[in-house]
Design a protein around this ligand. Structure first.
Ligand SMILES: *[C@@H]1O[C@H](CO)[C@@H](O)[C@H](O)[C@H]1NC(C)=O
Ligand SMILES: *[C@@H]1O[C@H](CO)[C@@H](O)[C@H](O)[C@H]1NC(C)=O
Length: 205
């Protein structure tokens, strides 16, 4: 009985603190630089992650090391959902239009340089792993290298289409990547498997 009374007291005290904290928070929140409310005062989930993403993409947040823990699901849903694919397709379409507009010299010196990771090959299967959590866990170089060594990266959506257009226009392809030289063989077969069948040069570190 006495224990129950103590627990009740603690629960009440906790609830009171919570309520105080809540009131304090509300008064601080009237200046909505980072809007946390949706229409009609409904709390909108994920808006803070959207603010974080916007700040990262506009390079206002720099040198960040980890995806905020509460944004892991937000990043995951974006990367695995339709939006990421659509965003990639737009980039590919724009690049294709740009390439078709170019006045080519036709002397064999027209070159298009591709990065590899997240440009031609996607590491999404790696980032989606439970021991990586889309970058919400600290980056582990050994682990990433082990993934590269598997040589199973799929193509980035839209990139093979861009690549094929470039090849058909007579533009030569160069891959330039921070991948270590020791992965040359596996990267070569990975690129071929993903649909990039020919290139002028593969420059590794
Ligand atoms: C391609 O050229 C057309 C016609 O000159 C122009 O309207 C368009 O903006 C150009 N596109 C790109 C991506 O440069
Ligand atoms: C990094 O990954 C490797 C290989 O999976 C593992 O053996 C090692 O413990 C990890 N290091 C850290 C700091 O988590």
């Amino acid at each position: 009985m006495r224990l129950a009374a103590v627990l009740l007291f603690l629960a009440t005290a906790f609830a009171t603190c919570q309520a105080d904290g809540y009131i304090e928070q509300v008064t601080q929140d009237i200046h909505l630089l980072r809007p946390r409310m949706g229409a009609a005062g409904y709390l909108l989930q994920g808006v803070n992650c959207l603010s974080w993403r916007l700040a990262v993409e506009t390079n206002n947040i720099r040198n960040w090391k980890l995806v905020p823990e509460n944004c892991e699901q937000y990043v995951g849903h974006y990367m695995l959902g339709k939006q990421y694919r659509k965003d990639c397709e737009i980039v590919a379409n724009t690049a294709i239009e740009y390439a078709k507009n170019l006045t080519l010299s036709g002397d064999g010196k027209d070159i298009w340089i591709f990065d590899i990771d997240e440009t031609t090959l996607s590491n999404l299967p790696y980032y989606a792993r439970s021991d990586v959590l889309f970058g919400a866990l600290p980056y582990n170089n050994t682990k990433f290298d082990e993934w590269v060594a598997e040589g199973r990266a799929p193509p980035v959506p839209g990139s093979v289409r861009l690549y094929r257009t470039l090849v058909s226009l007579g533009i030569k392809i160069v891959f330039l990547s921070g991948t270590a030289e020791r992965f040359r063989e596996i990267r070569t077969s990975n690129l071929k498997e993903a649909g990039y069948y020919i290139w002028e040069k593969l420059i590794l570190k």
